[in-house]
Structures are given as structure tokens and as C-alpha cells.
Design a protein around this ligand. Sequence first.
Ligand SMILES: CC(C)(COP(=O)(O)OP(=O)(O)OC[C@H]1O[C@@H](n2cnc3c(N)ncnc32)[C@H](O)[C@@H]1OP(=O)(O)O)[C@@H](O)C(=O)NCCC(=O)NCCS
Length: 160
Amino acid sequence: MPSEPRSARRSVTDMTEYVLPTHTNVYGTVFGGQIMAWIDLCAAICAERHCGAHAVTAGVDDLAFQRPVRVGQVVRLRARVTATFRSSLEIFVDVEGEDPVAGERWPCVSAWLTFVAVGADGAHVEVPPLAIETDEDRALRADAEERRRTRLERARRRAP
Ligand SMILES: CC(C)(COP(=O)(O)OP(=O)(O)OC[C@H]1O[C@@H](n2cnc3c(N)ncnc32)[C@H](O)[C@@H]1OP(=O)(O)O)[C@@H](O)C(=O)NCCC(=O)NCCS
């Protein structure tokens, strides 16, 4: 696998989903689980674009939904790599609702996910490092390192 640093820009992933009745609950708003599935897909594409390899979801940090999205509206997702480690990387996904008729957009939820790059045998493989090109890249990576410490500590405490 190439070990040259790769820019976060090259793997930014955008998804746009139209909300159909099959995506919604009895109140006509999208199921949280449907949005989580879209988040996972968007982040997986971003991770695989960065790694040039398949990647599996190792974990998702807490989610808090801010405002619902209704049938006939649109869910917009954008994923980017915030940090790479040895075989894992952190992906940030920002989700917005959009009313295409009214031309309105609003924050829906955001999520941090950890993916692990895997080879053909399913074992983890090293990920290409993230190129740090801007102050924003540097700040996002510093925050990601802090989150990684917390989540690995939690995972250690959960272990039997
Ligand atoms: C994720 C998985 C591949 C890691 O297995 P592994 O390679 O044997 O585990 P290791 O302990 O060697 O850790 C490998 C990496 O995963 C990271 N990791 C493992 N568990 C993690 C967790 N709960 N949260 C965040 N990162 C985790 C480790 O920190 C390590 O990262 P690093 O190499 O960048 O330091 C394995 O647990 C797995 O296959 N889980 C199921 C994945 C899955 O089915 N996802 C849903 C469908 S895609």
C-alpha cells in the first residue's frame, strides 16, 4: 500500500439522499437508523478512497440528532478524514437537512467514526498517512488524537 501522505481533499465524500416514505417513521420523519446507515456508507467510501483498500467500521462515537428531516426533504452528508493512525483512521461526517422547495438547510447530526483498513485476508493493513496542509487539518488531527485516547480507554474498560 502506498505510504505517501494523502490530502484530506482527495477523499472528501458527498452524498445526497431524497427522503421517501420507506425511510420514515409514523411521524413522517427519517428513522435515526436510516441516517446512521447513510453516515456509515458515506464514511466507508471516504475511508476506502483515502486508503485505497477496503475498510470496516470499528466504532462510531456518540450521536445526538438536532433537528428532524421529513419525507420529501433531502439529507446531505459530507465525510472527510480527520486523522490517520497505524491501520485505523478517523472520519468526520456532517449531516444537514435540506428543504429543496423552500431552499432551506439546517444541521441534523454529526458523527466521528473509526475505520480499519483490511487486506484480502481480512487482517488489518497500514493506512497511508494524512497530509497536514492547513491549520484546519492540524486542529482536526489534534482533536482526533484526543478522541482516540478517550475511545481506546473506553474500549479497554469494556473488554472482558
Ligand atoms: C476492527 C477490527 C478489524 C480490528 O481488529 P484487529 O485488527 O484484530 O484489532 P487490533 O487490536 O489489532 O486494532 C487494529 C486497529 O483497530 C483499532 N480499533 C480496534 N477496536 C477499536 C474500537 N473499538 N474503536 C476504535 N478503534 C479500534 C485499533 O486502535 C487499531 O488501530 P491502529 O492500528 O491505527 O492503532 C476487528 O475488530 C473487526 O473486524 N471488527 C468488526 C468490524 C465490523 O464487522 N464492522 C461492521 C461491518 S463493516
